[in-house]
Design a protein around this ligand. Structure first.
Ligand SMILES: [Zn+2]
Length: 267
């Protein structure tokens, strides 16, 4: 399938730490997809204990995605929150009122994905949104009750099984445990939101066996990466990978074998 994406890069910068964090707009099959760079990020080689230490730091990013489809305005994750995160300022600059966000798909429980959900006073940053998140019944570390208490300002859809999750705007969920026990992908059409499957594509596209030290279950994380790369190679432009830590704008496809050399950014 030929990609039918077009882009308007409102503010572009290839610098790792841009003075003005960038916003990208895409149209993918009639869906309005936007990337906000919540934080610029470069990852030191030491984060990958098994990688050659002479390489790095590696390009990275902290991306938050917005999908607008009809009346649905759906964020995928929420970034770091203040003061490190830029999401709130970027939404304002992009003319998106926080109260207009209808849903937030949370890929996992790490701070760079949950941090933007609450204001400093504990109130919800997105007053009309429903939070959707995978909450495996066997998860021992973080009781569901404390999560419900912390995020009580939101409507919560904590689903026990990604395969049967009820999600807005035709989204589906896919279990991708490994990075964390809650780590989940979200899919809508050709868009596949792959959260933290990759922290440094310069290293891990060609070496999926290398884990960042943040991967909780390393064997499972490697398996998730390998399976994803095989699938993305077969799909070509039929699958647009949208990664939280893929260098901005964080979205793209492979042409042929999945490798850094065949990766092309969405445009
Ligand atoms: Zn992350």
């Amino acid at each position: 399938m030929k990609a039918t994406a077009m882009s308007t890069l409102l503010v572009a910068s290839s610098a790792l730490f841009a003075a003005t964090p960038p916003i990208a707009h895409f149209t993918v099959d009639d869906v309005d997809l936007r990337t906000y760079q919540d934080a610029g990020q470069a990852i030191p080689a030491a984060i990958f204990p098994e990688a050659p230490q002479t390489n790095g730091p590696f390009r990275s990013s902290c991306n938050v995605f917005l999908v607008i489809d009809g009346a649905s305005r759906i964020l995928v994750d929420s970034g770091n929150g203040a003061p490190r995160g830029s999401l709130a300022a970027l939404l304002e600059r992009d003319g998106v009122a926080p109260g207009s966000i209808t849903d937030i798909l949370v890929t996992h429980e790490h701070h760079d994905h949950l941090g933007g959900l609450l204001e400093a006073d504990g109130k919800p940053a997105f007053t009309n949104a429903t939070l959707h998140m995978w909450w495996p019944k066997a998860e021992p570390r973080a009781p569901e009750s404390s999560f419900r208490q912390t995020y009580r300002g939101y409507r919560l859809n904590l689903f026990a099984d990604p395969a049967t999750a009820r999600l807005p705007a035709g989204f589906t969920a896919e279990a991708a445990a490994g990075h964390t026990p809650h780590h989940v992908f979200f899919r809508k059409g050709r868009l596949l939101f792959i959260a933290d499957a990759f922290h440094a594509i310069d290293l891990q596209f060609d070496h999926p066996e290398l884990c960042a030290k943040w991967d909780a279950d390393r064997d499972a994380a490697v398996k998730v990466r390998r399976t994803l790369l095989d699938r993305a190679a077969r799909a070509g432009d039929g699958l647009v990978l949208c990664g939280a830590h893929i260098p901005f704008p964080g979205a793209g496809s492979f042409s042929g074998k999945a490798a850094l050399s065949t990766w092309h950014e969405l445009e």
